[in-house]
Design a protein around this ligand. Structure first.
Ligand code: ZN
Length: 171
């Protein structure tokens, strides 16, 4: 039995999975970003199509990668580096590029921002995670069309919550 909550046939939710440790990996080799020289993560072309604010005529028939380096302006780049999209060319702000911005989304499908998660009590944080999980289980997520990284946000949400926990337990 697959742990994937979402049917592959269901548009927009092919990458939403539970638990987050089983997030589907695309089987493309990782390729470095020409700008920051860090390895990017392969994304589906539909993610690039959904997230860029420019004419989709600019999208090439090639494999795109997502650059998660905070200081790098490149968000998507083609394997041959001939096609790239930078932060101002996106319709959404990118959590990985602005992890400390108050109003940037961590969960793009169910609209939870960094601030909401930071300011939540530990009880509310549990409610937030359960809401996201319930949304995924109800097939209401569309991470490949909503989240610039093209995959499930749960890992990002959980690590942000761990960060917040660490900060709040420090003397
Ligand atoms: Zn980069």
């Amino acid at each position: 039995m697959s742990e994937n909550c979402c049917s592959q046939a269901s548009a927009g939710s092919a990458v939403c999975e539970l638990p987050s440790s089983t997030i589907q990996r695309l089987s493309y080799p990782e390729t470095v970003c020409f700008e920051c020289h860090q390895r990017g993560k392969a994304v589906q072309r539909q993610t690039v199509k959904a997230l860029v604010s420019v004419s989709l005529r600019a999208i090439q028939d090639t494999q795109y990668y997502f650059c998660r380096t905070q200081s790098c302006p490149v968000v998507y780049y083609a394997a041959d580096w001939k096609s790239t999209f930078t932060i101002p060319q996106l319709r959404e702000r990118v959590y990985q590029k602005e992890p400390n911005a108050d109003d940037v989304y961590v969960c793009y499908c169910f609209r939870y921002t960094v601030t909401e998660i930071r300011n939540a009590s530990s009880e509310t944080r549990v409610v937030i995670v359960n809401d996201i999980i319930a949304g995924i289980q109800s097939d209401q997520c569309a991470c490949d069309l909503r989240n610039p990284q093209g995959s499930c946000c749960l890992g990002n949400v959980r690590s942000l919550m761990k960060q917040v926990n660490r900060m709040s337990t420090q003397p």
